[in-house]
Design a protein around this ligand. Structure first.
Ligand code: FES
Length: 107
């Protein structure tokens, strides 16, 4: 069985300038959205190592470094770039609709 996915409106795009991030909760999911040079990326706000919020990490380019033990993930793909995490983090589609950031998260 596949989960239904809907785009949900998160915030006005103007509220998330380049270099910034925002976190929102939807259902059972915590999601962090990044603006990198005008492009938006959304990942689950949960490190796959020990479930620490990735939104508290350091972003360098497209790499988010977990603040707890230093795992790195590519925010575009979720791929692990550096241990100790070994499982990719979930990524979610993002779109801008009528000036609003919308993220597709499982329902
Ligand atoms: S909780 Fe993120 S690296 Fe350990």
């Amino acid at each position: 069985m596949t989960e239904a996915t809907d785009f949900v409106t998160v915030a006005p795009a103007a509220d998330l300038p380049p270099g910034e991030r925002l976190v929102f909760e939807y259902g059972r999911h915590w999601v962090v959205v990044f603006n990198v040079d005008g492009e938006y990326y959304a990942i689950e706000d949960c490190c796959t190592h020990e479930e620490y919020p990735l939104s508290e990490g350091t972003l360098r380019g497209y790499s988010i470094e977990c603040a707890k033990h230093g795992a790195n993930f590519d925010i575009r793909t979720g791929e692990v770039l550096a241990p100790p995490a070994i499982i990719p983090v979930k990524t979610y589609p993002v779109r801008i609709q009528d000036g609003q950031i919308q993220v597709a998260v499982p329902g």
